[in-house]
Design a protein around this ligand. Structure first.
Ligand code: ADP
Ligand code: ADP
Length: 228
């Protein structure tokens, strides 16, 4: 069976005036070890799909299954890495950030959590900065911490939402190379969102191009008939 199945998924936002259809009947399957990229222009529904896979938003139509089980809630089996740098706890060091996540979500003992944190911090080449606080690090380094934390959770699938979008072009390319060597020969499964074609080609083992205009883009609600 596939690791993740997205089956006929429509996702909508209800605002006071509109019903916004962010994705319309999207299908895809992700198999273990896939580096699956969702590619498409801004507004095509990539982040919304990722949120739904993460369990933060329920489909209005269709189903999302992880290992055959319906996704209904967030869980440590699906770790999310975001675009922003403020996803780290500023009052904790690099290592404490990773350890804290492992103790809280994976219920590892202090010692196990520390060993695993050291391992993944080393993998992203930040051992020298393990005791530094996030504000002391560059943007690229902070993203490496967030990636180490996500990978340390050893999730079934790592969800990455434009993780390099806020970085300068050079750092961004360097981070892409680092990720590729980090994942080489491993069975890490990744769902990666980007609007960059070169990034998708570099990262992706499979790429799904999302249309900028989902089936029924925006259904107007109550605009003509609303009182006032
Ligand atoms: P992408 O990640 O591809 O840029 P999004 O998933 O962020 O696209 O957005 C898809 C569509 O949903 C867009 O039309 C966007 O305006 C709309 N949208 C996103 N978030 C909200 C929200 N919280 N409320 C209403 N509409 C939203
Ligand atoms: P990155 O590409 O990892 O974001 P930068 O390009 O900002 O890093 O910095 C280049 C190098 O400078 C890094 O590889 C790192 O070793 C070093 N560096 C960056 N920030 C610091 C810091 N706060 N203290 C010490 N060295 C740093």
């Amino acid at each position: 069976t596939p690791l993740l199945e997205v089956d006929g998924v429509t996702l909508q936002y209800k605002t006071p005036q509109h019903l916004v259809t962010a994705t319309y009947r999207v299908d895809f399957k992700i198999w273990p070890s896939d580096r699956f990229v969702l590619l498409g222009p801004s507004g095509c529904g990539k982040s919304t799909l990722l949120k739904a896979v993460g369990g933060y938003m329920a489909p209005t139509e269709g189903e999302i299954r992880l290992r055959g089980r319906l996704v209904t809630d967030p869980g440590p089996d699906r770790m999310m890495v975001f675009q922003e740098f403020d996803q780290l706890l500023p009052w904790k060091t690099v290592k404490q950030n990773v350890v804290f996540a492992l103790e809280a979500s994976r219920r590892l003992s202090g010692r196990e959590a520390e060993e695993r944190a050291n391992h993944y911090i080393d993998k992203v080449n930040l051992t020298k900065f393990a005791d530094s606080y996030p504000h002391m690090l560059s943007g690229g380094m902070k993203q490496r911490v967030a990636i180490a934390r996500g990978m340390a959770m050893e999730p079934d699938i790592l969800l990455m939402d434009e993780p390099f979008a806020a970085l300068d072009a050079l750092t961004r390319r360097r981070m892409q190379d680092e990720l590729m060597s980090l994942w080489e020969g491993t069975r890490f499964t990744v769902l990666f969102v980007t609007h960059s074609i070169p990034e998708a080609i570099k990262i992706g083992s499979r790429i799904l191009l999302l249309s900028p205009h989902p089936g029924e883009v925006k259904a107007e609600l109550n605009t003509a008939t609303s009182p006032s």
